[in-house]
Design a protein around this ligand. Sequence first.
Ligand code: AHM
Ligand code: MG
Length: 334
Amino acid sequence: HSAEAHRTDLMTITRFVLNEQSKHPESRGDFTILLSHIVLGCKFVCTAVNKAGLAKLIGLAGETNGEEQKKLDVLSNEVFIKALVSSGRTCILVSEEDENAIIVEPSKRGKYCVVFDPLDGSSNIDCGVSIGTIFGIYALKDTHEPTIEDVLLPGKNMVAAGYCMYGSSCTLVLSTGAGVNGFTLDPSLGEFILTHPDIKIPKKGKIYSVNEGNAKNWDRPTATYVEKCKFPEDGSSPKSLRYIGSMVADVHRTLLYGGIFLYPADKKSPNGKLRVLYEVFPMSFLMEQAGGQAFTGKERALDLVPTKLHERSPIFLGSHDDVEEIKALYAAEG
Ligand code: AHM
Ligand code: MG
């Protein structure tokens, strides 16, 4: 109706999180400040990603001084590190781009530990496919000197997780442990507006998403599962295959439409490809918060205790019933 045409009561992501935090009397706004710095990083990367094609073709003003342009993933990493450190609310950062954890200098420290992949799927940049930033947040319980032990914790200990997808629109999906909400960047306002309140993944889906090029090296449960997607034995219709090869886009579709996303182990990569801390955990956290499941082939993904920063794990995540099937196949294998 007409009120919709000129909305005056906009639910921005900051306002939304402020509302959520006000339910916790002990909260002093630190999380809201941290999040607004993450949001700033996402906006910056969004602009950079959108300009990337043009910059390459014609060179953007001010960036053509003979210096080679910074690669987008390197640029994104710098942007997020600076935004996170300057928030004054972080103490330790783990980025896919940096081998070692970054310990924030004492004068800028806060209690949050942020693990992130600043620009996941960057091999897709040159053909314009959606890519994204993935992040997870832990909180220190006291004010000890931060060490990597503070992030080598199971995913269920995260206080928040999310991703931002740089696609046909820029969408930020966030959970602070009370459901999942999606926000879309309104470029004219420069604000993320709540567009997908309380996302729930369908209980069962019609799509499976996996790199089938690795099939020759799969283990039996994965191979059996994918075969059943194509040739169901219970009279149901086969599932559709959708695989972009960009985790944020593949998981985003899974979250909205249902189905299953798999990056299984194979003979060449016995731990799969995806990284536990900043890929597997945040996406598993979101899936569970949306009513889905996430499984490693051995256990609930969020129960896994990582032993090193860039550890990998196989992952099966998505609709409750679809993940239940793959769990049964692994259980039968013993
Ligand atoms: P990256 O961190 O090097 O960008 O790799 C991660 C990406 C994910 O976005 C995606 O799910 C996966 O790699 C695809 O891998 P593959 O090309 O082996 O199917
Ligand atoms: Mg990555």
